[in-house]
Design a protein around this ligand. Structure first.
Ligand code: SAH
Length: 486
């Protein structure tokens, strides 16, 4: 049988869109793909080849290098097109050169396909250009994970003397020793430094400090591999060029849309649902209660979507005057073919103002925790008010929220879209024993409240609110945050 061929392919730092066109094409043509554990599974979506995980996780070797070389040879000798997919670029600390030599020795055709290396891309995605006019005109890339005795030792003195930017790969496990060696070799302890973790992944994080403090801070933030240490004045540019990270605490179903919106405003969204929506059954006497009301009021898009599952209700509603608290709620109604009136101010108060004089009897279809004072105020002005709880807002129990709480100190902005998001975030942090850290992170970051009740609840919880938009929508909140960042 004809001999196969091996492609040593760089996959880039993590984001599947940062793979090259050639990498993508070869994956489509491969019979066998050998890949590393840390690669994003989306890269292999739709790939028909035999997929072999030869991943190595620091310390836990699955297949050693010799084993990988052997497997590449076997698969190629069996006549396969083999793609050896490697993180970043195959020839930068990727042992791609060794694999190439092993193949050459056996006379197996191979080709290397360069990839976007994390050593440049990870700092870049965190807002750090590795060189910058007037700031750094050289870049040194070293491994931080020297195996004693195996490699020629790094000349820290020469590295420290060079100035420019230093990037240390495989830099987590020996961070403390490496930083100490650099300082010992004469690098100023005040040099700016950063750790970029999982650059280009959805969970990308960066922490920065002085060289003297970076190891301590990385430990506190529980920075894990893969991460890169960047040392040099260029780190300071991240303050200007880095995207601000915004934690979105809305229910899971709203995350995708909210994240896209946050991205379009130049933020880097972190999905962390603090709340979930638990549907409640509609009451049996719904029709009767609806009959008594002139107006029907919705206070959230969630409420609309739940209520209108019932076609019966949709028909009955078509005859009513419908009021929506804001444009998103009105939009959800419009999707169901129902037209709603929206108050000038998108809040309970705005709604109350609008309803007075327009309706004598109102039925609210909303969450069980809906703003009770709204009904009270309207009742006090002599209106007939009825209330049906469509759903309950409950703690999400989402592991993404726990992740956020653990790394809260790397979050720039906390976006609170309801009082329940505030309450459940703090409650969850308390249950994890991390309330103090969370409160410190809230104090250091920007706290945004979508509207008055949310701001009020945050204050009650002892959290200082930094911004609240004039119009109470998520998008208006993002607009204010963007203005603030500029
Ligand atoms: N060939 C790869 C590097 C392999 S060495 C490349 O060109 O990117 C593995 C090291 O690369 C990790 O220990 C870490 O320091 C770094 N690394 C790889 N991917 C990374 C990422 N997405 N974010 C931060 N560092 C990463």
């Amino acid at each position: 049988m004809a001999r196969g061929k091996v492609y040593l392919v760089g996959a880039g730092p993590g984001d599947p869109e940062l793979m090259t066109l050639k990498a993508k094409r070869l994956l489509g043509q491969a019979d066998v793909v050998l890949f590393d554990r840390l690669l994003d599974p989306r890269m292999l979506e739709g790939v028909k080849a035999e997929l072999i995980d030869v991943g190595k996780n620091a310390g836990r070797h699955k297949l050693n290098q010799e084993g990988i070389n052997q497997l590449l040879i076997e698969k190629a000798e069996a006549g396969n097109i083999v793609v050896r997919l490697k993180g970043g670029d195959p020839y930068l600390f990727g042992r791609g050169g060794e694999e190439a030599l092993a193949l050459q020795e056996k006379g197996i055709p191979f080709e290397v396909v360069p990839g976007v290396t994390s050593s440049i891309a990870a700092p870049e995605l965190a807002g750090i250009p590795v060189t910058h006019r007037g700031v750094a005109s050289s870049l040194v890339i070293v491994t931080g994970h020297e195996e004693p005795g195996k490699e020629a030792p790094l000349d820290w003195k020469a590295i420290a003397a060079l100035g420019g930017t230093l990037v240390v790969l495989m830099g987590v496990s020996r961070l403390e020793q490496n930083v100490a060696a650099l300082i010992e070799a004469g690098k100023s302890p005040q040099t700016p430094a950063a750790m970029v973790e999982k650059g280009g992944w959805p969970q990308q994080r960066m922490i920065s400090a002085t060289l003297a403090d970076i190891a301590k801070k990385a430990k506190e933030a529980m920075i894990e591999s893969p991460a890169i240490l960047v040392v040099g004045e260029v780190v300071l540019l991240a303050g200007k060029l880095g995207k601000k990270k915004i934690a979105i605490l809305r229910p899971a179903a709203q995350q995708k849309e909210s994240a896209a919106l946050a991205e379009s405003y130049g933020f880097s969204p972190i999905s962390a649902p603090a709340i979930a929506i638990a549907k409640k059954p509609l009451p049996d006497d719904l029709r009767k209660r609806l009959g008594k009301a002139e107006c029907v009021a919705f206070t959230s898009a969630n409420g609309v979507n739940m209520a209108l599952h019932s076609p019966d209700l949709r028909r009955a509603l078509a005859e009513k005057m419908i009021v929506a608290i804001g444009p998103k709620t009105a939009q959800a109604l419009a999707m169901q073919g129902l037209t709603a009136t929206v108050p000038e101010e998108y809040s309970s108060e705005g709604m109350e103002k609008m309803l007075r004089g327009k309706c004598r009897s109102i039925l609210f279809l909303r969450s069980a925790q809906g703003s009770q004072y709204l009904s009270e105020g309207l009742k006090a002005s002599g209106l007939y008010v009825d209330d049906i709880a469509l759903y309950e807002v409950v703690p999400s129990g989402d592991p993404l929220l726990d992740e956020l709480i653990k790394s809260a100190n790397s979050v720039d902005i906390f976006a609170f879209t309801s009082s329940s998001t505030a309450r459940f975030l703090i409650e969850r942090a308390g249950a994890m024993g991390l309330e103090k850290q969370l409160r410190l992170a809230l104090a250091a970051g920007t706290v945004a409240a979508i509207g008055k009740p949310t701001a009020k609840e945050l204050s009650r919880l002892g959290v200082v609110v930094d911004i609240m938009p004039e119009i109470y929508t998520f998008e208006a909140m993002l607009a204010v945050l963007r203005e603030l960042a500029q």
